[in-house]
Design a protein around this ligand. Structure first.
Ligand SMILES: Nc1ncnc2c1ncn2[C@@H]1O[C@H](COP(=O)(O)OP(=O)(O)OP(=O)(O)O)[C@@H](O)[C@H]1O
Length: 319
């Protein structure tokens, strides 16, 4: 029999249980807010919450250690000991749930932020938010699958990661071939299976399968669990040939930058070029058809940043 992870109400109760003795002995500071802690411990199991309380306790104890040649507690430590909200917040840096989302991992995929350069970007994020609401509220669609497709470097992974971050689902993971370099086929299958099995333990999950044509196979979540799978691909044609497009409920297209005004929107937001340079670039690109992925554009702008002012505008335009 599998016991699921506690919901917010359950987490409140578990925190209350593990802090009862401290509270009764006057060791729990009045600033400790159990309901805030329960929102910060999404996807923690009961044992992990207990570990968090113990970690907060030892952080509070560490404040009372005397810095002499030996490690000893101050004489008045028992009276002074108070476990505060900040001790729990610090403990959250160390105690992480086994099932959950890694903030650091997601930041890596949106390393350069999301520049809102025009309607195509807004549309992708809005469509993504709609799908997230569908997964949250609909009882009829426990599994929603979406393919985010577009040219190489158009920003598919970053936009998929942004949709997943915005979802605020307790379990959010990226399944990427980049994290499986050197794995033999069986190990790859094991790693993918583990991500999906972990997701099925959480009531609401989102998995990004990056470059999905290189990894694929999933089943429906068990009853009571809901899952959003966001696949990304630059090779929609390959998926079409393999008759795999029908696996997805929806397809969201990510565009390259194709208009001068969208290009200018990116350049202005990066604050690399001065007004004069921007004006020159705006004149040269106005009304022209362009075709460039945001990923490549950001690399070029970084190169331009390293150049002398007089060279960089010429160089940027030439690219
Ligand atoms: N509007 C935007 N949309 C997407 N990415 C953006 C945007 N603005 C800035 N970026 C940045 O551009 C980069 C896009 O790279 P990303 O890897 O997501 O592209 P990709 O299409 O998945 O690439 P590949 O085809 O190589 O898989 C990221 O570093 C992201 O932070």
């Amino acid at each position: 029999m599998e016991i699921g992870l506690p919901d917010q109400h359950g987490r409140c109760q578990i925190i209350e249980i593990h802090t009862t003795t401290m509270r009764e002995n006057g060791k729990l500071d009045s600033d400790v807010d159990v309901s805030v802690l329960s929102t910060l411990t999404k996807n923690f199991s009961g044992a992990e919450i207990e570990g968090l309380v113990r970690a907060a306790q030892s952080i509070a104890m560490n404040r009372l250690i005397k810095a002499t040649s030996t490690v000893e507690l101050a004489e008045d430590a028992p009276e002074k000991l108070r476990i505060c909200q900040s001790d729990f917040i610090h403990a959250l840096d160390d105690v992480k749930p086994a099932f959950g989302s890694s903030k650091e991992e997601f930041e890596k995929y949106v390393a350069n932020g999301i520049i809102n350069w025009g309607a195509p970007v807004m549309r992708v994020l809005e469509d993504g938010d709609l799908l997230v609401s569908q997964v949250k509220s609909s009882h009829k669609t426990p599994l929603v699958t979406v393919l985010v497709e577009g040219p190489p470097g158009s920003g598919k992974t970053a936009l998929a990661a942004k949709i997943a971050q915005n979802s605020d689902f307790p379990f959010v993971k990226v399944c990427s071939p980049e994290n499986m370099i050197g794995f033999h086929e069986a190990a790859k299958c094991q790693a993918i299976k583990k991500i999906f099995d972990d997701a099925y333990k959480s009531p609401l999950s989102c998995i990004i399968v990056d470059d999905i044509e290189r990894l694929l196979d999933y089943k429906s979540p068990p009853s009571g669990r809901k899952l959003l799978v966001i696949g990304t691909t630059s090779r929609k044609d390959v998926l079409q040939e393999m008759e795999m497009l029908s696996v997805f409920s929806t397809i969201i297209h990510v565009s390259n930058i194709s208009l001068g005004e969208h290009l200018m929107s990116v350049l202005e937001s990066l604050e690399v070029f001065g007004d004069k340079e921007l004006n020159t670039l705006a004149k040269k690109t106005s009304g022209k058809r362009l075709w460039m992925g945001v990923k490549k554009l950001l690399v070029m702008v970084e190169m331009a940043r390293q150049m002398e002012d007089s060279h960089r505008i010429l160089n940027s335009y030439a690219c």
